[in-house]
Design a binder for this molecule. Structure first.
Ligand SMILES: [Mn+2]
Length: 247
């Protein structure tokens, strides 16, 4: 029986080379394990802690993962790569060279008979207004063009500095143990089901594994992360299951 697999928030590149490499090898091990019964794979954002494609070069590293993904798409397995807030600057390398299907925002469709709404999970809720503006600027052609003018050594160093800074800040402001009613993804999903028919909301971004029933018989899923949880989700035979990978 074939399954659809979901995971997110590998954040490869952080906190340092050796830790990231360890995680990358673990992810490849997981991919080797799921490949035989994987009918499609959804990587729901923040695969990389930083990614930027220059016209003639891409960040070095991550070759084990990219090679594995390329070999999977070569055998015909569709792999969806959602832009996260850390790795939105992909322009066509991952499509052309690795064979990934790049998703800018949400993906809405039916998988194994279930209606799914899939998104990285940032900037969904109507209250996230100031963040949405910053996000728009980051994704703008002008910002991308300007960043592309920087020498990669400068640009990537700057990006790593900013990423570290934002992580420190978000750990203070964005606690994982906030009550469910205050979770933006939960608020968004509860609103959305009032007017749309959805079985599963599947998000990343919060690094907080969740599988929570919400109104109208829908379920909210957060994929967790591969920094401390090593969680993934399968959709199979009308059922959604959360798993923890152990090597
Ligand atoms: Mn994120």
């Amino acid at each position: 029986m074939s399954k659809t697999y979901f995971a997110s928030d590998f954040h490869l590149g952080t906190p340092n080379y050796s830790e990231s490499l360890k995680r990358e090898k673990k992810i490849v091990q997981w991919l080797n394990q799921i490949e035989p019964d994987c009918d499609s794979l959804f990587l729901v954002g923040d695969v990389f802690d930083f990614w930027f494609e220059y016209k003639t070069t891409v960040p070095k590293y991550f070759n084990r993962l990219l090679g594995k993904l390329a070999s999977m798409t070569d055998t015909g397995i569709p792999i969806y790569f959602f832009k996260g807030n850390h790795d939105m600057w992909t322009f066509n390398y991952l499509e052309k060279e690795i064979g990934l299907k790049i998703i800018d925002e949400e993906w809405i469709g039916t998988i194994q008979g279930k209606k799914c709404y899939i998104h990285h999970g940032d900037a969904l809720w109507k209250g996230e207004r100031s963040y949405k503006i910053i996000r728009k600027i980051f994704r703008s052609k002008l910002a991308i063009w300007l960043f592309g003018r920087l020498h990669p050594n400068t640009g990537i160093a700057l990006a790593q500095f900013l990423s570290k800074k934002s992580r420190k800040k978000s750990h203070l402001n964005d606690q994982l143990d906030i009550p469910l009613e205050k979770e933006y993804q939960y608020q968004f999903a509860q609103d959305y089901v009032q007017t749309h028919d959805v079985d599963y909301f599947i998000f990343g971004h919060r690094h907080k594994p969740m599988k929570i029933p919400i109104e109208k018989k829908a379920t909210l899923i957060n994929l967790g992360d591969w920094i401390s949880h090593f969680t993934f989700v399968t959709l199979e035979e009308n059922d959604v299951k959360m798993h923890t990978f152990s090597d």
